[in-house]
Structures are given as structure tokens and as C-alpha cells.
Design a protein around this ligand. Structure first.
Ligand SMILES: Cc1cc2nc3c(=O)[nH]c(=O)nc-3n(C[C@H](O)[C@H](O)[C@H](O)COP(=O)(O)OP(=O)(O)OC[C@H]3O[C@@H](n4cnc5c(N)ncnc54)[C@H](O)[C@@H]3O)c2cc1C
Length: 520
């Protein structure tokens, strides 16, 4: 993916696009990928970087959602479990199988969760990730050596998927580009154009790098603005009532030694009635999440103190050594675009199903749902768009479409495993210039070649793009990320042809942003 070429394509396109997608998160990139793979002419515009919104801030689970099973939403769970299986099939370099242990401290928990998790596995049918099992106390301790032992009776283990959200997103964008889509980051949509009958027939966007305005006519505009989708809808009709009730969730990241056994902990009932996870991820431990209603979405949401205390307290209840603020390497916050419902009393009671909403202006909004179900959501949305706009009927091929980087044995690439087959090209960069193989920081597994790769082939434009989403440094260890920034900025400036002033400004902007991910 090359930004200059993408921009050129967007500017030179004289005809109306079949589909213009607003928003470059999992939902929008998924829709662009589906539509392009069917053979439609597609443009996607993202106001910041791909994944700047919620899609880089998830719990990193490819899952059916055990919690929704308890709520009786069997069809939602089955659908997500099928998508979980398809995603592992199509992106095996990014989706891995992870053991989750529910520790039991009460006599009834083993039979109760044992049965529930058996059903969870049965619902996945041929897309199963492994049978659940009841564990003895010793077996539980072997998988979770740091768990609190006082009163521990045993546990139940089940299997679910785990991934790197921002990396999958950039690989999906690359797949969409390979299928012919044009995708542009740093291009906010600022207006929607309408025909003589009032129907939306295009967008006006702004290239933040050149300052140029871009008009793109479209047969159909799909709004995948996530938590911001109501603002996009109001570009066409300012009086529209909101569709989305934003709710934020925080994650705290700790060193890997918090969970040294390789298994995750699932707490099925926190004091606020939610589930909470502690998950090993990229050599660290991610603990979360919360569900707190907020008034307005923002691109850099901040954690509330009570959310931080809640996560620390809940996790500490299950661990031998309590966790404190000083242990936190990074805190990150995401906003769920939950679809409003008249009778729901709390955000966690709102549906996790996706919704495809068509405004009287013909603007199609797709929102809600989960990362896991991006493919099914995109298929549903493109089917709807094709029917509504009389696009020629074309079958959806994404059930068996490999995602860019597809590799069945990517683990052999060590720290570059998440790149899948691209790891070979990154290794080539290091062979050509050995200094690029040096780590950017002793605490994290990233090297200079990854910055160069991100700038040349993944449309990374800023230090934040590289350290937050092309690598996950900011999410894993915010202090280390700040220390890496000058080196990353120098490499990026060299690749993008920027001067020292730009480099300094980038380091300063990143330091400011990253300080919001630090607690102590
Ligand atoms: C805390 C938390 C944990 C989660 N964990 C999981 C999980 O483990 N597994 C799972 O399956 N799901 C999970 N989810 C759900 C999942 O992350 C979301 O459903 C998904 O990321 C939403 O993607 P999206 O593309 O709709 O929104 P976003 O990722 O927010 O993307 C919307 C994009 O639209 C862009 N945009 C907005 N307005 C404009 C405009 N005018 N012009 C151009 N671009 C615009 C934004 O910049 C943004 O990048 C979690 C969600 C949260 C909040």
C-alpha cells in the first residue's frame, strides 16, 4: 500500500465509485474488502490512521462471547463462533488458540461453568477450538501459577481465539487494496453531497497532508464511522436522532510475569455483573475490561479513576500478588458503538448485534457488532447496498479469501510472526541494512526494519502510526514507546523525506499522546 498512489487514484477517478466507505476500522475496512473482492469499484476514507478508533483498542479476542450465551443470545454466539473459525482459517498467522481458565472457589462453580462451557464449544460445531475440561486444583495451578490458592478448588478450561487487532486491520486493508480498493488514511469526510431528490450521492473529503479537497461521487455511501457514525449521519441531515450509545472499556497492561503459565483467566462475574479477562499478549498481560457510559466519543478516550481501581481490585482478588498502579505499563481505552435500545437499563444490557441502518437520505450506516464478526457484517452490508442501489449482483467470496500475510507456520518467524509471509521481506530489509535489525528498545521486540516496512508498504505516516498500530509498543509499554520515539522518527523521516523539524515535532507529539497511556 502506497499513500501517494492511493491519493492519485482517488483524485483521478472521474466516474462515480460503486461504493465509498467512510471509516477505516474493522467494519469499514471489512466492507471495503468485501465490496472490492466482489468486483465493485471501492474507495475508503479514514479521518486519521486505519484503526485509530476502537479497532486497535479491543480485548484482542476472536470469540463467540461466553457472556452472551448466559444472556440466552444463542444465535449471536453461534454466528460469532462460526466467524471465529473462518478467521482462523483465513488469517492463521494472526489468530491463535488460547486456553482460558475459570478458577473455581465455590463448590457449584465447576459443574455450573463446566456445563456452560461445554455448550459454548458444542455451538461452534466444526469450527471448534478445543474441548472444555474440568481441572483439579493442581491442574489449575499448573496453568495459572500466580493464581490465589486460598480456597481454590479447581477450574474449568475452555478455548477461544486471540489476535492482534491493529495488525489484522492493516492486513485486511492490504487485502482490500490487492482486490482493487483505494484506501486513504488522513482523509476526513467533511460533507456528504445529495442529488436533486435529497439522496446522498457522494462525499467531500480533505487530504490532511496536501490540504487538497477531494470530491468523490458514489452510487452508495456506507458509513462505518464506529462511535462517530452519528456525526457522519448528521452531515447529511443534522436533525437525526442518535443511533449509537457510546460506552467505554479500559484495559491495563502489565509485564508477562503476571500470567506466566501461557493460559488466560476468565472471571465470569465481576461485582458489576460483567466478565473480565486477564490475557497473555505479546509477552505482556492485558487485563480488562469495563463498560462505562459516556456522553461523547473522542479519538483519545481517557480512563476514569474508578475504572482503573475496579480493574486493579478485581484482578488482585484472583492473584497471589495484588496489582498496583505502579505495575501498569500502559492503559488503553476503547469506545463501543452500542446500538441504542429504548428499554435497556444499562450499557451492558444493550445488544452486541450489528445493525444496518438506512436513513431517508439513502445513507447506509453499519455499526455495533464485534471485531470477530467483521466478515459476516460486511457480507450483510454489501448485500444490502447492492440491493438498495441496484448494483449488479455479485457473490461474496470472503469465506475462503486468505488475508494478506496468510501463513500456516508463522511462529517460525519469532518476533516477526504477526507479519506472516511479510516477515520474509522484513528479514530481507535487515539483510540489506543490518543496522535495521537492532532492537528499538530493550524492553520490546521491535526493530528498525519494522518502521521502514510500515512506512514503505503500510501507509504509516506518523510516529504514532508506527508505535501504536503497526507495532504495538504504545499499548504494551508506554514509557518504552516514548523512549523509542526519536529512533522511530528518524527512520520515518528518512523514508518519507521529512526534515529535522518534522522529526522533532513528531517526537514531541508522540510524547504528549503517550503520556496519556501512563499511570504512575
Ligand atoms: C473495550 C473494548 C473491547 C473489545 N473487545 C473485543 C474483543 O475482544 N473481540 C471482539 O470481537 N470485539 C471486541 N470489541 C468490539 C470491537 O472492537 C468493535 O466492534 C470494532 O472495533 C468496531 O469497529 P468499527 O470499525 O465499527 O469502529 P472504529 O474502529 O472506531 O472505526 C471507525 C472509524 O471511522 C473513522 N471516522 C469517523 N468519522 C469519520 C469521518 N468523518 N471521515 C473519515 N473517517 C471517519 C474513525 O476515525 C475510526 O477510525 C471491543 C470493543 C471495546 C470498546
Amino acid at each position: 500500500m502506497n499513500r501517494a498512489e492511493m491519493l492519485e487514484r482517488a483524485l483521478a477517478h472521474r466516474e462515480a465509485w460503486d461504493v465509498v466507505v467512510v471509516g477505516g476500522g474493522a467494519t469499514g475496512v471489512g466492507v471495503a474488502l468485501d465490496a472490492a473482492a466482489r468486483g465493485y469499484d471501492v474507495l475508503l476514507l479514514e479521518q486519521c490512521d486505519f484503526g485509530k478508533g476502537t479497532s486497535s483498542r479491543s480485548t484482542k479476542l476472536v470469540h463467540g462471547g461466553v457472556r452472551y450465551l448466559e444472556q440466552g443470545n444463542v444465535s449471536l454466539v453461534m454466528e460469532a463462533l462460526k466467524e471465529r473459525g473462518l478467521l482462523r482459517q483465513n488469517a492463521p498467522h494472526l489468530v491463535s488458540n488460547l486456553a482460558f481458565v475459570v478458577p473455581n472457589y465455590e463448590w457449584w462453580e465447576a459443574p455450573f461453568y463446566g456445563v456452560g462451557l461445554k455448550v459454548y464449544n458444542l455451538l461452534s460445531g466444526r469450527y471448534g477450538f478445543g474441548d472444555s475440561e474440568i481441572l483439579s486444583k493442581e491442574e489449575t495451578l499448573a496453568r495459572l501459577p500466580t493464581i490465589r490458592t486460598e480456597g481454590l478448588r479447581g477450574g474449568v478450561v475452555y478455548y477461544d481465539g486471540q489476535f492482534d487487532d491493529a495488525r489484522l486491520l492493516v492486513n485486511m486493508a492490504a487485502t482490500a487494496a490487492e482486490q482493487g480498493a483505494a484506501l486513504l488514511n488522513y482523509a476526513p469526510v467533511e460533507a456528504l453531497t445529495r442529488d436533486g431528490h435529497g439522496f446522498v450521492n457522494g462525499v467531500v473529503a480533505h487530504d490532511l497532508e496536501s490540504g487538497r479537497e477531494m470530491k468523490a461521487a458514489a452510487r452508495v455511501v456506507i458509513n462505518a464511522g464506529g462511535p462517530f457514525c452519528d456525526a457522519v449521519r448528521r452531515l447529511a441531515d443534522p436533525g437525526l436522532p442518535p443511533l449509537v450509545a457510546p460506552s467505554q472499556g479500559i484495559h491495563l497492561v502489565f509485564d508477562g510475569e503476571v500470567l506466566p503459565g501461557g493460559a488466560a483467566i476468565m472471571v465470569p462475574h465481576t461485582s458489576d455483573g460483567r466478565v473480565m479477562f486477564a490475557i497473555p499478549w505479546h509477552g505482556h498481560t492485558v487485563v480488562g475490561t469495563t463498560d462505562t457510559p459516556i456522553e461523547e466519543p473522542s479519538l483519545e478516550p481517557r480512563p476514569f479513576d474508578q475504572e482503573i481501581e475496579f480493574v486493579l481490585e478485581t484482578a488482585s482478588r484472583y492473584l497471589l500478588r495484588p496489582l498496583t498502579r505502579a505495575d501498569v505499563r500502559s492503559v488503553f481505552v476503547g469506545i463501543r458503538p452500542l446500538v441504542r435500545s429504548g428499554d435497556a437499563t444499562s450499557r451492558s444490557a444493550l445488544s452486541r448485534d450489528h445493525v444496518i441502518h438506512i436513513d431517508p437520505t439513502g445513507l447506509i450506516t453499519i455499526t455495533g457488532g464485534k471485531w470477530t464478526t467483521w466478515r459476516g457484517m460486511a457480507e450483510h452490508c454489501v448485500n444490502t447496498a447492492a440491493m438498495l442501489e441496484h448494483l449488479p449482483e455479485k457473490p461474496c467470496p470472503t469465506r475462503t479469501l486468505n488475508i494478506h500475510g496468510f501463513h500456516r507456520h508463522a511462529a517460525r518467524f519469532g518476533p516477526l510472526a504477526v507479519y506472516g509471509s511479510d516477515a520474509l521481506h522484513i528479514q530481507d530489509l535487515v539483510r540489506g541494512e543490518p543496522a535495521l535489525g537492532e532492537p528499538l528498545h530493550a524492553a520490546l521486540p521491535y526493530c528498525g526494519a519494522e518502521v521502514v516496512w510500515a512506512a514503505r508498504f503500510e501507509m504509516a505516516r506518523t510516529v504514532e502510526d508506527v508505535l501504536a498500530r503497526r507495532t504495538r509498543a504504545l499499548f504494551l509499554n508506554a514509557r518504552a514507546a516514548i523512549e523509542m520515539a526519536p529512533r522511530a522518527a528518524a527512520l520515518l523521516a528518512r523514508e518519507l523525506g521529512r526534515d529535522e523539524g518534522w522529526e522533532r515535532a513528531q517526537v514531541e507529539a508522540f510524547r504528549k499522546l503517550a503520556s496519556g497511556y501512563l499511570l504512575a
